[in-house]
Design a binder for this molecule. Structure first.
Ligand code: FNR
Length: 417
């Protein structure tokens, strides 16, 4: 524990350990392209779900135990038979090119350096192959699918993910179309419309064959300044034209408004051999349907409040879902892995989510703000802070390992109104 304080050499690249200040600094870092900050910061409607995600954690209080020998603590977590050094995953976040020029390469490298699994988004500004290379041999990585409306493109993405060492497939269910996001409507900043987040698409041979184009790993719309892209587009710049055209086509392919149903899950189950995880589960009934669909796990998530204004805070959804005997039994039997995101900011948030039944959590906006402020180093610092905070909080609460706290909400937490 003392290491955290004694080993500290100044404020580091971020200059803060507080999430509120991180958000402020990210806003400042992107002030010339404020639409890009607002895209990350903003959520659906009045942002209420995003705020409620954070407030939900205030309703659960940890009851610390004393005189437990927690001198040595163990944050190791085993998910799908793989042992990870901590219960933290890098949440899939698209369009990272709007945050920093190194985009997904920076976050993938930071995760790999610290041994934290990286989940790559279908809306990335780098191709699958480039992210895999940045992540490096043997580094844990999963692929997140925005489910294409056509099976041939879906199969092509799955085969590229597999060939590039992405061991598990995360299928995001809550973004069949993009939510009502006033910030982006007000700034007219919707990355795809500016040709951002298309690299997985334009590097895909099956997708590009439809347009009689060769796949390319180019980044046609760099730098991601919407005003400059608009100007270039108006001046008939071929790169801007290409970016905008394929931005719209990729959006129509992956978040087209064509909704999938539970019957469709069988197709993915049949065509993906590794762990299959559904992201965006919020209802108890859906958690139970996921078990029936034969998936290996799900992520309780409301996409950081970006999709349904007024949706149930993610932590309350987790609490409800864990009341289902069917879910608890499947998890206990090792047939179902339950992960959590939407609102994780501190070590104590992780302790609470794990006590309620999550086996690991996904970290989202905190590292994204780190990326905006200081690129790879910024992402690393956010992860390190979160790990240290978790380690200290766990020990001071009287637990030596995550197994000691997992699913122990009855003893470890009290709910307050
Ligand atoms: C996201 N998220 C997301 N999820 C996903 O499955 N694919 C994606 O491409 C994206 N893209 C994305 C962009 C931005 C800017 C944000 C903030 C979020 C959702 C993400 O994986 C995660 O669910 C949320 O970030 C969790 O909420 P908090 O903790 O960041 O508030």
């Amino acid at each position: 524990m003392l290491k955290v304080y004694i080993g500290r050499k100044g404020p580091g690249p971020l200059g803060t350990v507080s999430f509120a200040e991180l958000e402020q600094k990210a806003r400042e870092a992107r002030k010339d392209y404020i639409g890009s900050f607002l895209y990350a910061f903003g959520s659906a409607g009045t942002n209420s779900t995003c705020r409620d995600n954070l407030r939900a954690f205030d309703h659960f209080k940890i009851i610390p135990r004393m005189l437990v020998n927690a001198t040595t603590r163990n944050l190791e977590t085993t998910i799908f038979g793989v042992k990870y050094s901590a219960p933290i995953f890098i949440a899939p976040i698209g369009v990272q090119g709007i945050c920093h020029a190194d985009a997904e390469l920076a976050s993938a490298r930071a995760a790999a350096k610290l041994g934290i699994p990286f989940i790559m988004s279908t809306a990335s500004t780098r191709a699958i192959e480039e992210v895999a290379e940045a992540s490096g041999n043997g580094s844990p990585r999963w692929y997140q699918l925005y489910w294409p409306r056509t099976d041939d493109v879906t199969l092509s993405l799955l085969s590229r993910a597999k060939a590039n060492g992405f061991s598990a497939l995360v299928v995001t269910l809550d973004t069949m179309t993009i939510g009502w996001r006033p910030h982006d409507l007000e700034t007219s900043y919707m990355p795809f419309m500016h040709g951002v987040g298309i690299q997985v698409g334009v590097s895909d041979p099956v997708f590009m064959a439809r347009y009689n184009e060769q796949p390319t790993a180019e980044h046609p719309a760099f730098p991601y300044d919407p005003a400059k892209i608009d100007q270039a587009y108006a001046a008939d710049d071929p790169k801007a034209k290409f970016g905008v055209k394929f931005g719209i086509e990729w959006l129509k392919e992956c978040n087209s408004g064509q909704f999938r149903t539970w019957e469709d899950v069988a197709f993915l189950r049949k065509n993906w051999e590794g762990p299959l995880i559904l992201k965006g589960i919020q209802a108890v009934a859906d958690a139970e349907l996921a078990i029936d669909a034969g998936v290996d796990g799900f992520i309780v998530s409301n996409h950081g409040g970006r999709q349904v204004e007024g949706a149930i805070p993610s932590l309350f959804a987790l609490e409800n879902i864990m009341k289902s005997a069917k879910v608890r039994e499947a998890q206990k039997a090792g047939k179902l892995t339950i992960l959590f995101d939407s609102g994780i900011r501190t070590g104590s948030d992780i302790v609470k989510a794990m006590a309620l039944g999550a086996q690991a959590v996904l970290l989202g906006r905190p590292w994204l703000y780190g990326l905006m402020i200081a690129g790879q180093e910024g992402v690393e610092q956010v992860i390190q802070h979160t790990l240290a905070d978790l380690d200290v909080t766990l020990g001071l609460s009287g637990y030596k390992s995550l197994d000691d706290i997992h699913g122990k909400a009855d003893e470890a937490l009290v709910k307050v109104s």
